[in-house]
Design a protein around this ligand. Structure first.
Ligand code: HEM
Ligand code: HEM
Ligand code: SF4
Ligand code: SF4
Length: 382
């Protein structure tokens, strides 16, 4: 397409420039019933999976229908979401902190037609466009990242494994049969964008090989001290390297036995790439939470050291997660989050019940705090 100017003048880039205006204010987009009753809500109920009602002091009610969001979506799909909101909700809608979509109506008779409309919409391949669910003690949307769609540091994909996992866990998106809700998150490298470090179950992209060194370009591309300071295990030092043609260049030397493949140096220095088809894969973590309910928030712990990237459906990863949720569902007590359950029965029982291999990779060996993760007691089960 030929160039179409927006009115911006590249010859005078600062002329008519609008800046620091921030986001639109949230209350511009409130449905009327929300605006009227803001700060005056009395109670709420979950009527069925995916459907909530909030009742205000005035007696007003708002019914919310939550549907799964795919997060990465086209303008075409957003337009369809807007059409639904125009048809049923006077043009209003919202997105949740886990990227689900919520449609709100102000009376009960508007709920069923909305649900019927949402559940009737499918993509050509057969997947539901707007499956209703994600409330209460079930599995809701997976918080995830960019993967091979957009980032340059991933060790796995995001959208692909998330689709594969949600397909396997779909019944639990549409039901509330678990002891407590189970939050699943994914990050495609251990920058951990998102919530993997604090989720009931987490999928994490992991490398297993040290960086490849592009000595010829390194000093031209990178701030050497920055790359050296980026390494958590001090595996890097500055040094001179002789190229094939005999020239000596400043570069970085890698002490490979000290490298644990985090990829931080590549984030800082484009001449140290480490992605690798066979080496890269997935680590599974479990037992994290952010709420203060009953127990304090917890970090998730590594429970599976490695699954390969099995494109496009990641069967070992999804089977492991499905199995972990089934064992937790059968064994945990009401209100008990996965991490609370694992800590109550003991992690040795968790591994036994979930039939997970315990390998030396799972034993913390990072600096002084590692010591506190070992067992300084004779209390353990045979
Ligand atoms: C300088 C630091 C960072 C930069 C430049 C950055 C940049 C970005 C960009 C450009 C995206 C949009 C990707 C896309 O939609 O294609 C994104 C998404 C995201 N980032 Fe970051 N990010 C940074 C740090 C972080 C940190 C520290 C976290 C978490 C602790 C984080 C969490 C996320 C999450 C969860 C998303 C996905 C959001 C969504 O659901 O659309 N980011 N980031
Ligand atoms: C010379 C060094 C680098 C090169 C050549 C490079 C190259 C690229 C390229 C080609 C993209 C895709 C852009 C697009 O599709 O629009 C990208 C995206 C990105 N890069 Fe880099 N990158 C470099 C350094 C870095 C560093 C040091 C960081 C972080 C510390 C970083 C973070 C990102 C992020 C977060 C995105 C996604 C942006 C988005 O979603 O819009 N890059 N980079
Ligand atoms: S988790 Fe890593 S690879 Fe994934 S989007 Fe964030 S920085 Fe990129
Ligand atoms: S990948 Fe991580 S551990 Fe290995 S050299 Fe780079 S920064 Fe250090």
């Amino acid at each position: 397409m030929a160039f179409v100017s927006s009115g911006y003048n590249p010859a005078k880039p600062m002329e008519n420039r609008i800046t620091d205006i921030g986001p639109r204010k949230y209350d511009e987009f409130y449905p009327p019933v929300i605006k009227k009753n803001k700060g005056k809500w009395l109670y709420h109920e979950i009527l069925q999976p995916g459907v909530l009602v909030h009742v205000a002091e005035s007696g007003d009610e708002v019914y919310t229908v939550r549907v799964g969001g795919i997060r990465l979506m086209s303008v075409t799909l957003i337009r369809e979401v807007c059409d639904i909101a125009d048809k049923h909700c006077d043009g209003h809608l919202r997105f949740t902190t886990r990227n689900n979509i919520e449609f709100m109506v102000d009376s009960k008779d508007k709920v069923q037609p909305l649900i019927d409309d949402l559940e009737s919409r499918k993509f050509k391949g057969g997947s539901f466009k707007f499956p209703v669910g994600g409330t209460g003690a079930g599995v809701t949307n997976i918080v995830h990242t960019q993967g091979w769609i957009h980032c340059h540091t991933p060790a796995t994909d995001a959208s692909g494994p998330v689709k594969a996992t949600m397909d396997v866990l779909f019944d639990d998106f549409k039901n509330m049969r678990l002891p407590a809700h189970v939050r699943v998150s994914l990050a495609c490298c251990l920058n951990m964008c998102g919530a993997v470090h604090c989720s009931d179950i987490a999928i994490l992209g992991y490398h297993r090989k040290p960086p490849l060194m592009d000595h010829e370009y390194l000093d031209k591309m990178c701030e050497i001290p920055l790359a050296i300071a980026s390494c958590p295990t001090a595996a890097l030092k500055p040094g001179k390297v002789e190229l094939a043609d005999g020239t000596s260049v400043k570069s970085i030397l890698v002490n490979e036995p000290r490298c644990m493949f985090c990829g931080n140096c590549y984030t800082m220095c484009p001449s140290m790439p480490l992605a690798d088809t066979e080496g890269d894969g997935i680590v599974i973590m479990a037992g994290g939470k952010v709420s203060n309910r009953i127990s304090a928030p917890k970090f998730s712990k590594v429970v599976v050291a490695f699954f390969p990237n099995e494109v496009p459906r990641w069967p070992q990863t999804t089977n492991c997660i499905k199995n972990m949720i089934e064992v937790y569902a059968a064994d945990a007590r009401k209100y008990e989050r996965l991490g609370e359950w694992a800590e109550r029965i003991g992690w040795e029982r968790f591994f036994e019940k979930c039939e997970l291999d315990f390998t030396h990779h799972l034993i913390d060996d990072f600096r002084d705090p590692a010591y506190y993760t070992w067992r300084q007691t004779t209390q353990f089960k045979f």
